[in-house]
Design a protein around this ligand. Structure first.
Ligand SMILES: [Zn+2]
Length: 138
């Protein structure tokens, strides 16, 4: 399934590194709690988790008519700075680099590169933003 630029987060995250996205690609809905099973095909797709469908960063980009924060004249703004420095999500720190890289190499190459970053070289399984290595091979 090619989800196109759906996997490019407006914040510069690669949605393919998310467990919800990875499960959805396998046809699995992810349990959040007893009442909520959710799926996601990426930030800019029509299918997102409830919290990603109402994202402040996404809404801001759409209002400004831009596709990711680096295209904004006020980059990095207060909203993005807060997001990048959120200690609960250490991988958020990578978003400025991600966006610079995207500008350099273009979307298709960027998706390939990101996908390879989150794919185990040994077994081919995906791992997510929080993991530095494959849990299947450890
Ligand atoms: Zn592996």
């Amino acid at each position: 399934m090619n989800t196109g630029d759906g996997v490019l987060g407006f914040c510069g995250l690669y949605c393919g590194g998310c467990t919800y996205y990875q499960n959805t690609m396998k046809g699995i809905k992810t349990k959040v709690d007893e009442n909520l099973y959710t799926e996601c095909l990426g930030c800019n797709s029509g299918t997102t988790t409830p919290w990603c469908s109402d994202c402040q960063i996404k809404n801001c980009n759409r209002e400004k008519g831009i596709r990711y924060c680096l295209e904004c004249s006020t980059f990095p703004c207060e909203i993005l700075n807060y997001f990048m420095n959120d200690e609960k999500y250490p991988y958020h720190k990578e978003v400025p680099e991600n966006m610079k890289r995207l500008q350099e190499i273009g979307l298709n190459k960027w998706i390939e590169e990101q996908d390879s970053k989150y794919t185990c070289k040994k077994c081919g399984e995906k791992f997510d933003w929080f993991e530095n290595q494959c849990k299947h091979c450890e």
